[in-house]
Design a protein around this ligand. Structure first.
Ligand SMILES: Cc1ncc(COP(=O)(O)O)c(C=O)c1O
Length: 298
């Protein structure tokens, strides 16, 4: 029996289809060689948030394999509007994926245009417990050969996260944080990590992790609330002794972590700053998604 297909639609190279009818060639270099980059974002009030930032990061990463801008922000917005009309009652979880296209001559040659896919699925809200009780995470020490390749690019290769997340699941934890061979923290498998100690918020240096769009938006908000922000090499001792630990990503926004490797963070309850930061960030997303849409004439 065929398993039920996730609900949603996508646009593949300009053609809008139900996800269940979407087809990618097995000769696509994304499939054949694992060459691809992508973005994940969501809508607020039906409008994509930080779309321009996501597209900028996408095209910058796609340049690594010689692909430059395949569509404009205006076109992406129009596709998202069309996809939203098919799913009017829910916010959207959007992925945009780009690969070099179908293999041609040689190992990496292509025989046609690059492949792009824009996927829209109904956004599944996080469980209330995330906001009420906070999250548990684990750390995962990665061997040199297991490290994420191109850590500052959002490539489609998440193979280095497979074992850490399986370990997290087995421990009923939400996320696994990488501890690199030199003992420094980098990020979560699909999130950035932030530590608060006193009025300082610290995040690992930019060269170690994905330059999170959520992170970049959180910084001015945190500073406007009175927190100070720095990028710093962080080790397990910093993590375990933080007053608060937060995860950020476009889908998670910013979420509070209350246990790491079975140790409580602070008193093991959601800290004092997270509710303020989260509320201000949510407000920012709503306002900026509407303002970006209005500026684009959407
Ligand atoms: C490895 C990694 N780091 C960080 C993030 C957070 O990035 P953003 O805030 O741009 O969603 C993600 C998001 O998926 C990720 O996969």
């Amino acid at each position: 029996m065929t398993p039920p297909h996730p609900a949603g639609h996508c646009v593949i190279n300009g053609q809008l289809l139900p996800l269940a009818e979407a087809r990618i060639s097995p000769l696509d270099l994304g499939f054949l060689r694992g060459i691809g980059v992508f973005e994940t974002l969501r809508t607020y009030d039906g409008h994509p948030h930080a779309l321009a930032d996501h597209l900028q990061r996408l095209w910058q990463a796609a340049r690594v394999f010689g692909v430059s801008e395949l569509f404009s922000e205006r076109e992406a917005r129009a596709w998202i509007r069309a996809l939203r009309q098919l799913c009017p009652d829910s916010e959207l979880h959007i992925n945009i994926i780009v690969t070099p296209g179908i293999v041609g001559e040689g190992v990496f040659g292509t025989s046609g245009p690059a492949t792009w896919v824009l996927i829209a699925r109904p956004l599944r809200p996080h469980p209330a417990a995330f906001y009420e009780q906070g999250l548990t995470v684990i750390t995962h020490r990665v061997a040199a050969e297991e490290q994420r390749i191109f850590p500052t690019l959002k490539t489609t290769s998440y193979v280095s996260g497979f074992v850490p997340l399986a370990r997290a699941r087995a421990a009923a934890a939400h996320e696994a944080l990488y501890v690199l061979p030199d003992g420094c923290l980098s990020e979560g498998v699909t999130s950035n990590v932030l530590l608060r100690r006193g009025d300082w918020v610290s995040t690992p240096p930019a060269h170690r992790c994905l330059p999170g769009i959520t992170l970049s938006r959180l910084r001015p908000i945190a500073e406007s609330l009175g927190l100070r922000w720095r990028s710093a090499e962080l080790q397990l001792a910093d993590l375990y002794s933080a007053d608060e630990v937060w995860l950020s990503s476009s889908l998670r926004e910013v979420l509070p972590v209350v246990r790491v490797d079975d140790r409580p963070i602070g008193d093991g309850r959601i800290g004092a700053w997270w509710p303020r930061l989260h509320a201000a960030y949510r407000q920012h997303c709503l306002e900026s998604a509407r303002a970006e849409a209005a500026a684009a004439g959407a």
